[in-house]
Design a protein around this ligand. Structure first.
Ligand code: MEV
Length: 460
């Protein structure tokens, strides 16, 4: 249940209620069931048909959906209440990834991203994984950590004893600073003292933030406890702020892909090539950075769509990737009999309540599409899309390379930039991609040739 968005119960969603035309044909595919994430041929539908189909499938009111996405998810008057010095809003494409199945449940995944091919690639990889049952994900919970910095601590060992002896009182005082959270079942759980040397002592307060991202909550706890912590430790109070390395809020997702899904006859060889590509990332931080960027293509798109703080997620992911002292890939891939198996683990501090979600209709729509209310569920889906993106990238890189697929999708934006509209976009894109001339000039030439042919004119 997402505030402000009307969702019909699943039983009233069915293929028979679909709009007539191509959208209805997609719904009537025998593989497609109610609320299924299978959307064969979705990309061929018009914008209106896609909106209609997604609304049908998710049980949303199509007019409501159109009103929200049509306004770019956020109007300027609302945006003016979100940040400062607003002069307008800034749009990004809002798409839906298909085929995603997580822990046995189909999910339509909203993705906000400017890069062509990210949504198509994630949907394609999710289809391969779906054949083996989909993604299996677990989450460690929703505990965020805040730090209280002390400096000039003369006797770190004595300070630790003093702080640990008063842990219960400190937790109670922290709870008083976040009464609402405590009333909902969350709150401070544990105090941890870390000696950084040079007189620096840092106190971690671990707080269960439930379905909130929790930055404001944990920062309030740190500010409330800071003076007492400094008094007990006998040091000078420094920073009181959360850590984005939220390693008590991790998600782990695994998947298996039959090699026949990767390629028909060459499936086993493609699987082996993907394993070698993943090993490359383990051996080389330069490659690991790009490998992880491919994962974050999927994760960030879901994070953005749902109104979450992508900078916090990025900071946490990369700090986690470097936790051994050497920057490493967040995922690994290996052969498992006649399948390829993959695993991804990363911290994901996401919220399904509070923050931007209070005011952002686009983010609320995204949550309603997903049908999630728990932050852990959202994190498991975002991580699954991250693993799907990683699989798609590695498969392309280990076989034909990334450019062909990339460029044919890029051709569509170039065609649109040259003025192509409706069906012309696909036709111009195909023409410039086949000619290997994906430039604005090439698209303008192809478009004028197409229009001339339509008007029965022969080009000069
Ligand atoms: C491009 O956005 C992402 C890739 O570079 C990821 C990777 O190299 O694994 C294709």
């Amino acid at each position: 249940m997402v505030e402000g968005i009307h969702v019909k119960p699943p039983e009233v969603v069915s293929g028979r209620r679909a709009a007539p035309g191509r959208a209805a044909r997609v719904l009537c595919d025998p593989l497609v069931t109610e609320r299924s994430s299978r959307l064969p041929g979705f990309y061929r539908l018009s914008l209106e048909e896609r909106r209609q189909l997604i609304a049908e499938r998710a049980g949303l009111d199509v007019d409501e959906l159109v009103a929200i996405v049509g306004a770019g998810g956020l109007d300027a008057t609302t945006a003016d209440k979100v940040v400062e010095n607003v002069i307008g809003t800034y749009g990004l494409p809002f798409g839906v990834a298909s085929n995603v199945r997580v822990n046995g449940r189909d999910v339509l995944v909203p993705m906000v991203v400017e890069e062509p091919s990210v949504i198509a690639a994630a949907s394609n990889a999710a289809r391969m994984v779906r054949g083996s049952g989909g993604f299996v994900a677990t989450a460690t919970g929703s505990v965020m950590t805040t730090q209280v910095q002390l400096s000039g601590v003369r006797d770190a060992a004595a300070a630790r004893v003093a702080l640990e002896a008063r842990a219960a009182e400190l937790l109670a005082a922290g709870a008083a600073a976040v009464e609402g959270l405590v009333a909902r079942g969350g709150g401070p759980r544990e105090i941890e003292v870390r000696d950084l040397g040079e007189g620096f002592l840092v106190v971690h307060v671990h707080v269960d933030c439930l379905d909130a991202m929790g930055a404001n909550l944990v920062n309030s706890v740190a500010e409330a406890l800071g003076p007492e912590i400094a008094r007990l430790a006998g040091g000078q109070l420094g920073l009181r702020i959360l850590t984005n390395l939220s390693d008590r809020r991790r998600v782990r997702v695994t998947c298996r892909v039959a090699t026949t899904e990767l390629a028909e006859a060459e499936g086993p060889a493609v699987a082996d090539a993907i394993v070698l590509a993943a090993r490359f990332a383990e051996l080389d931080p330069y490659r690991a950075a790009t490998h992880n960027k491919g994962i974050m293509n999927g994760v960030d798109a879901v994070v953005l769509a749902t109104g979450n703080d992508f900078r916090a997620v990025e900071a946490g992911a990369h700090a986690y990737a470097a936790r051994s002292g050497r920057y490493a890939p967040l995922s690994r891939w290996w052969r498992d009999g006649d399948a390829l198996a993959g695993e991804l683990e990363l911290p994901l501090a996401l919220g399904t309540v509070g923050g931007t979600l209070r005011v952002h209709p686009g983010a609320r729509l995204a949550l309603a599409l997903l049908g999630v209310s728990r932050s852990t569920e959202l994190a498991m889906i975002a991580a699954s899309v991250g693993l799907a993106s990683n699989l798609a990238a590695l498969r392309a890189l280990a076989t034909e390379g990334i450019q062909r697929g990339h460029m044919s999708l890029h051709a569509r934006s170039v065609a649109a930039a040259a003025g192509a509209t409706g069906d012309e976009v696909e036709r111009v894109a195909r023409s410039i991609a086949e000619a290997g001339a994906i430039t604005l000039e090439g698209a303008a030439r192809a478009l004028s040739a197409l229009r001339d042919a339509g008007a029965g004119r022969t080009p000069p």
